[in-house]
Design a protein around this ligand. Structure first.
Ligand code: SAM
Length: 285
């Protein structure tokens, strides 16, 4: 029977047999020197089947639902948004949330494994049929058509782009797919704090699964390599580009967004060092 997000327990969403059949049991490959892997294309080798199956354990839908509250929904509703393109669908948390709230949502991602899991999660949690599209942000217009009131890129996803050229290209694609008064909501880890002060995440917001640790194994100005350790001792890694907050704001402004509000852990006022995550709300008009 279909469940809603409210019915979830902490282990929900991981390892349903039908999904396990769909996704490959591929291993992550970083080669001989993982610290040299600094490429925008590498994400498809990082979100492999076995890690995707674990992802929901890491982000813990129920706790995330509680800690995020209605922040994103309120931002969208306040602007009269109806159509939303979720460009970093992942396992589908926000896409499902949007459908529950009655938005017209399309769910894109560059990882087929993630999309397979998202589609299955949509059916499991509320019987939603997600409209999934396999698309890389850099060529979004090739695979996703139409114009949207809003685009969301959440869960520290934009960090996967390693060159400024790719970041500009992706932002330009997002800009082009928004209506004239559209809004882009994009979030990122507080890398300034990690680069300048070391890592001290309270693990309150995204990686809420208490038995799952997410910590940087290596950080420099061009790479943040995070290690995720699960209760069964399995380990996975993500190589990401440590975006600085003001750099990200500047890029969005240069691409054409007129007004950018940046929240810290969902709050309007904060000391720069404190938040784990920044959320940028960028308006076109
Ligand atoms: N938004 C989801 C969440 O919050 O749980 C997923 C976040 S996950 C950290 C990042 C997602 O971005 C992955 O599903 C990955 O496949 C996708 N991604 C990374 N780079 C991409 C690109 N260039 N084009 C499309 N998707 C990309």
């Amino acid at each position: 029977m279909a469940k809603s997000v409210d019915d979830l327990d902490s282990s929900a969403g991981s390892g349903t047999p039908d999904t396990a059949d769909l996704v490959a049991r591929e291993e992550q490959v970083f080669g001989d020197n993982p610290l040299e892997v600094r490429e925008s294309d590498h994400y498809t080798h990082e979100y492999v089947g076995s890690f995707v199956e674990k992802w929901d354990e890491l982000i813990d839908w129920k706790k995330r639902y509680e800690s995020e509250g209605s922040f994103f929904i309120d931002q969208l509703k306040a602007r009269g948004v109806k159509s939303v393109l979720d460009v970093a669908t992942g396992t589908g948390f926000h896409s499902v949330r949007l459908l529950e709230e009655g938005f017209d949502a399309v769910s894109a991602d560059g990882s087929p494994q993630m999309l397979a899991k998202a589609f299955s999660n949509g059916l499991t949690y509320g019987g939603h049929i997600l409209r999934v599209v396999h698309a890389d942000w850099r060529w979004l217009n090739r695979d996703v058509h139409g114009e949207y009131d809003a685009i969301i890129c959440l869960g520290n996803s934009f960090t996967h782009l390693f060159s400024e050229r790719d970041r500009r290209k992706a932002l330009a694609e997002f800009y082009a797919m928004l209506k004239h008064d559209g809004v882009l909501i994009i979030d990122q880890r507080n890398y300034d704090a990690i680069l300048d002060n070391g890592f001290s995440s309270k693990h309150t917001y995204y990686y809420a699964g208490e038995d799952v640790s997410a910590e940087p194994e290596y950080v420099d100005e061009g790479l943040a390599r995070f290690k995720y350790t699960f209760p069964d001792k399995s380990e996975f890694f993500l190589n990401m580009y440590p975006l600085r907050k003001n750099y990200m704001r500047r890029l969005m402004r240069e691409v054409g967004f007129q007004r950018i509000d940046t929240y810290g852990d969902f709050q309007e006022t904060y000391h720069d060092d404190e938040p784990d995550f920044f959320i940028h709300v960028a308006e076109k008009k």
